[in-house]
Design a protein around this ligand. Structure first.
Ligand code: SAM
Length: 223
């Protein structure tokens, strides 16, 4: 074996090292690093997240499944609010060719999001902002809002209700939010009746990662 081919062989062997490949899984076409992956272990030490953005939450799988059945058009400008590690943002970019920005109040979620974007060979823009600070001007840049498991505290009910009002004013067409039926989310859905055209779907995904909950679809254009 010549020097250069033995070098290539060594490089190849490192790339498919069973230690690393076993910690990368693929779900609904998106590659994910598991908690055992060395990069996730390194990020966890360096970037401890502070508002529950510490993993992929199962509502993201529900959201992906709903969007698979109701796909957004290519190049749709999407804002994923409370994106965490950005699973759905990556899915929409990879599968539908959408332009997605992930927004989160916690800056420490973005190294995880970008590591996964790189793994999946997609580009996701990031924005560090609280829901409360997403003004009409910012929201007017997007066609659609998506979010998974973002209504988990009572005060987030008011926060998201007000965000929907600004989104309507901004000309956003729709919002699709998945939730594991937490009480603040149920209360939010109940108060939308007099203000927005919306639907709530009971959604279940048996595999690959089992998940169930609700999908809230708010159609701002029809309100
Ligand atoms: C339960 S995690 C869900 C993360 C991701 N959507 C998923 O399904 O994996 C909630 C996310 O919302 C973010 N978050 C919570 N309150 C927020 C707020 N007021 N403004 C912006 N982001 C917020 C957290 O930092 C966290 O990443």
């Amino acid at each position: 074996m010549t020097k250069s081919t033995s070098k290539q062989a060594a490089k190849k062997a490192r790339k498919v090292s069973p230690k690393n490949s076993a910690t990368i899984i693929e779900e609904l076409g998106v590659k994910l690093m598991t908690a055992k992956h060395p990069e996730i272990k390194r990020l966890k030490k360096q970037y401890p997240t502070s508002i529950h953005g510490d993993k992929f939450w199962s509502s993201s799988y529900l959201l992906m499944d709903y969007l698979n059945d109701n796909p957004p058009k290519k190049k749709t400008k999407i804002l994923e609010i409370g994106c965490g590690w950005g699973l759905t943002a990556i899915y929409c970019t990879k599968k539908f060719g959408c332009k997605v920005t992930g927004v989160d109040a916690d800056p420490d979620v973005f190294p995880y999001l970008q590591a996964h974007a790189e793994l999946n060979d997609v580009k996701i823009k990031q924005l560090v902002k609280k829901f409360e600070k997403l003004d009409v001007k910012t929201l007017s840049k997007y066609d659609m809002i998506i979010g998974g498991d973002i209504c988990f505290w009572d005060e987030l009910n008011d926060t998201l209700f007000d965000l929907f009002k600004r989104a309507k004013k901004a000309g956003v067409k729709k919002a699709v939010i998945a939730d594991p039926q937490r009480q603040p989310f149920i209360d939010l859905c109940a108060r939308l009746d007099d203000h927005f055209t919306h639907e709530v779907w009971d959604w279940e995904l048996p595999e690959p990662t089992p998940a169930d909950g609700d999908i809230l679809v708010v159609n701002f254009k029809k309100s």
